[in-house]
Structures are given as C-alpha cells and as structure tokens.
Design a protein around this ligand. Structure first.
Ligand SMILES: [Zn+2]
Length: 253
C-alpha cells in the first residue's frame, strides 16, 4: 500500500518554481501527496497563489505576511484586506508570527506582537486556523496564542524545547515537522517530544530540503515521513495515516 501524505506548509508560488511547477506537482502526487497548503508571504505572491491554485483540488492557500514586513503598515493592511476578500478561497491565515532574529534589524518586538495580534484577530473573525512562524521567539508566540485563546494552530517548523511542545500539545495545537528533520538535531528533538496525534509534516519548499544543497519540494515529505517513523518506532504507513489525518482535520478539509 502506498503512503498518503500531506504537505502542511510550503511556498509553491515562489519564483523558484516558475520554470517547472507542474512537474513538481506531478512528482508530489506520484509520491503519495494528497494535499498541500501553500503560504504566500508577500501581497504579490498572494495574488499569484490565488491565480495559480484557487481551483486546484490538491493545493490549498493560506495567506500571510513575512515578519520582516511588519513595519510596513500599508503591506500589513493590504494583506489583511486580501485575506478577508478571499476568505472563501483560502484554508488558513498565515504564516504570521514573531521573529526575534529579524527584530535585531527589522520591526521591533513590540511592533511584531501588535501585527501578529491583528492576524490572530482576523483568523478568529474568519474562523480559520492559524499557521504560525516562530523564530527565536517560541515562548512569546505560545503565550500570545494562549492568551488570545486561539484553538486551531499549526506551529510551522517549530523549534521550541520539550516543555514548549508540551504547552502546545496540551492546548491541542499541531507541531509541524519540516523535511530538514533528517539533518537537524533540534528538529529531531521536537519530533521525538511530540506525540503522533499532534504532528503534521511540512516541506517549507523551496527551503529546508533534506539535502541542504537542493531546492526542496513537497515530494520530499515521503523522506521525512519514513525518517520520523523510524525514529519514533512506527510503521511508516501507520505514521502517514495519522499525520495526514491531523493535517486534514486542523485545516478543516
Ligand atoms: Zn515557510
């Protein structure tokens, strides 16, 4: 039997796929991918993703904004408007969140929190799950999500400690494990700390490939699925069944 897999987060509208997007999708389907959520993080990419995928049965869209852009009120407002306007054509809000590495040169921590809360409010208003980015800011992200009472959360490429994973799991949130799990000790720790029914898999294509010198693509989810199954002591098909169900459920598909 073939594994049925789901790529919970990637960027398929990225220019990196302009020359061969159809082949990339064919390879994904050929590897057992039954669903993909792509997350444009710039207004022009959001429009591009809607044009490319709004009629797709496999690729679903989640509109967000790169944290580095949170200082630009116009871009924030355009993204909020775009998300509201196309709410029927998208499955989630995000990726949005906090990035304290970016805060060293870009928008301040306070500004980031203010904008993050706006997107949280929008996700609640539209009754959509939230795809969350958290770099060097896992704790503050978890605290805000908890305080705001967000229920459906996908913690994209989560890098928190085991107590942070526990905090998320206790609230019913999903921890999304990227394909670089095969080479990142920290990602492996997160995967080990997360119970199977709170794991979803993502490629984050075009980045975070199993091989750091290659462009990533959704088909590589089969590699991380096998790797995590081995690491956690599950049969790969059994793992695939659970994590794919988790993704379909959290995205309400
Ligand atoms: Zn991403």
């Amino acid at each position: 039997m073939r594994m049925k897999l789901f790529d919970s987060h990637c960027h398929l509208e990225d220019n990196a796929f302009d020359s061969d997007r159809d082949e990339v999708l064919k390879r994904a389907i050929g590897s057992g991918i039954v669903g993909i959520v792509t997350s444009p993080i710039y207004p022009r990419d959001s429009t591009k993703a809607l044009n490319l995928f709004r009629k797709s049965s496999i690729v679903k869209i989640s509109i967000g904004l790169d944290v580095a852009e949170y200082g630009d009120d116009e871009k924030v407002n355009i993204t909020l408007d775009l998300t509201r306007k196309h709410s029927e054509e998208i499955v989630a809000v995000g990726e949005v969140g906090l990035d304290y590495r970016v805060a060293r040169r870009g928008p301040s921590k306070e500004k980031q929190k203010e904008v993050f809360r706006k997107f949280i409010g929008l996700a609640k208003e539209l009754d959509k799950p939230l795809v969350v980015h958290s770099l060097w800011a896992q704790r503050p992200v978890l605290r805000i999500l908890d305080k705001e009472g967000v229920e459906r959360v996908i913690l994209h490429a989560f890098g928190g400690k085991s107590e942070d994973v526990e905090f998320a799991v206790n609230r019913g949130w999903m921890v999304s494990i990227p394909t670089n799990v095969v080479r990142s000790n920290n990602v492996q720790k997160v995967a080990l700390a997360t119970p199977l029914d709170h794991i979803v898999l993502e490629s984050d294509s075009p980045v975070l490939a199993p091989d750091p010198n290659q462009r990533n693509e959704p088909a590589n989810i089969k590699i991380s699925a096998r790797f995590i199954a081995d690491m956690k002591g599950y049969d790969a098909e059994e793992l695939a069944k659970v994590v794919t169900y988790n993704a379909i459920k959290v995205y309400g598909l």
